[in-house]
Ligand binder design. Structure first.
Ligand code: HEC
Length: 101
């Protein structure tokens, strides 16, 4: 019987690990959603945001139509529907975004 107890204990141990992994995965992906939802001001200070926006000129961020990096919709015309694709970017004072090569 002592062996059976141990067996159950092992089973419980096996169940715990995947749950923790799923929780970690959910947490990671949930925070990604918050980022694309663009309601979290601190998003604009992340390395991710800076990397994605390195082509945006300093004077663009200061443009009165932009005012703040958190004003996603100033450039991302589909932002209110959660769309941030390259083809829906129109930068005030610059124009539609085009990949530079
Ligand atoms: C001043 C204009 C401007 C503002 C404001 C702005 N973006 Fe961008 N965004 C751009 C440009 C330009 C790119 C570059 C596209 C590229 O290089 O692929 C970009 C890229 C992105 C990308 C990657 C798109 C892709 O397909 O590669 C995402 C996602 C994004 N921005 C989200 C946001 C969010 C969220 C906000 C608000 C918190 C925001 N942006 C504010 C101009 C802006």
């Amino acid at each position: 019987m002592a062996g059976l107890d141990k067996h159950f204990g092992t089973d419980a141990g096996l169940d715990t690990k995947p749950a923790a992994e799923i929780a970690a995965w959910l947490e990671k992906n949930a925070s990604k959603r918050i980022e694309s939802g663009a309601k979290e001001p601190r998003l604009t200070t992340t390395a991710w945001f800076k990397r994605e926006h390195r082509e945006v000129a300093a004077k663009t961020w200061q443009d009165s139509r932009v005012k703040s990096p958190a004003n996603c919709a100033a450039c991302h015309k589909g932002a209110d529907q959660g769309r941030y694709g390259e083809r829906e970017i129109d930068i005030p004072g610059v124009g539609p975004y085009r990949e530079r090569d």
